[in-house]
Design a binder for this molecule. Structure first.
Ligand code: C2E
Ligand code: CA
Ligand code: CA
Ligand code: CA
Length: 281
């Protein structure tokens, strides 16, 4: 039993060692990737459910690793946050997405104008110059601040609520829109909805997936929509994959939908083609 215990311990050490090396390798690769611009921004349409029109896009970063090929953001965003690399990467994504939206707004001049949603991590948000950086990018790119939506998760707000509140006030003062991402999955209290100037809730995919499958999910989505609407916020359902879910969302008067049913995240030129093919433009 003792030998076995020691064996397990050694295996554990070896695994730790391997994962430490893998992490260092990943950090190294990410540093190089930021320098060599191995990243690309993809765009997933967000649909206004009452008209069926494209209301805007969410910018989602993609990494094309020279040897490993496509690497999912779920595999590297955490590491970029821990190493601080999210600061240059996040600024690059934000500038790229704003530039792209400005181009589309010009090419597909329409009313109301298309919006762009960009994910912001806690590391970015706690950077003292964040609000300044955002307004600089908007000016450089000549984008209407009201077209930009920043997506943040509940945990980010709760980590440092006082600092977050004053930062979000600054961003709102610039007329930038603020969305709570993955709503309903955090541990926070609902009082922050009163405390922070939030414009939109994004219902987490896990609730949307079970719409029409179990009664509880439908009730949760219904509750989030009425909570949001009663507080003057818009509500977006993420991860919409089936007609059945769409029918349920219509019945619940959800404002926006996003998911594979409408479109996967697309390369810039494919998103542009989709806009061009949309009958309203
Ligand atoms: P998220 O912000 O919740 O983004 C939605 C994720 O769901 C995206 O995954 C998207 O491709 C995926 N998705 C959209 N519709 C569907 C659907 O119908 N079914 C399913 N199964 N999935 C769907 P992605 O692009 O892999 O991104 C994963 C996460 O990585 C994002 O989750 C976000 O938290 C983070 N992320 C992505 N890009 C950025 C970025 O530029 N900055 C930061 N800070 N985080 C990012
Ligand atoms: Ca998001
Ligand atoms: Ca989300
Ligand atoms: Ca999610």
């Amino acid at each position: 039993a003792k030998a076995q215990g020691r064996g397990r311990h050694e295996v554990f050490d070896a695994t730790m060692h391997a994962s430490t090396i893998a992490l260092l390798q990943l950090e190294n690769d990410l540093r190089r990737a930021v320098q060599r611009q191995e990243f690309q921004v993809y765009y997933q349409p967000i649909i206004a459910l009452d008209t069926g029109r494209i209301a805007g896009f969410e910018a989602l970063v993609r990494w094309h690793h020279p040897e490993r090929g496509f690497v999912s953001p779920s595999e590297f965003i955490t590491t970029t946050e821990e190493t601080g690399l999210i600061i240059p990467l996040g600024a690059w994504v934000l500038r790229q997405a704003c530039l792209q939206l400005q181009q589309w707004q010009t090419e597909f001049a329409t009313y109301p104008p298309l919006t762009m949603s960009v994910n912001i991590s806690s590391t970015q948000l706690s950077h003292p110059d964040f609000s300044e950086q955002v307004s600089q990018i908007l000016q450089e790119v000549a984008l209407e601040p009201g077209s930009l939506k920043l997506e943040i998760t509940e945990s980010v707000l709760m980590e440092n609520a006082d600092a977050a509140a004053s930062l979000l006030e600054q961003l709102r003062a610039q007329t930038i829109h603020l969305c709570i991402d993955d709503f309903g999955t955090g541990y926070s209290s609902l009082s922050y909805l009163q405390r922070f100037p939030i414009n939109m809730l994004k219902v987490d995919k896990s609730f949307v997936t079970n719409l029409g499958v179990d009664e509880e999910s439908s009730e949760i989505v219904r509750a989030i929509i009425s909570l949001g609407n009663n507080l003057g916020m818009y509500v977006t359902a993420e991860g919409v994959e089936t007609e059945e879910q769409l029918v349920q969302l219509w019945a619940l008067h959800c404002d926006y939908g996003q998911g594979y049913l409408f479109s996967k995240p697309l390369k810039s030129e494919d998103a542009r083609a989709l806009l061009e093919a949309s009958p309203q433009w």
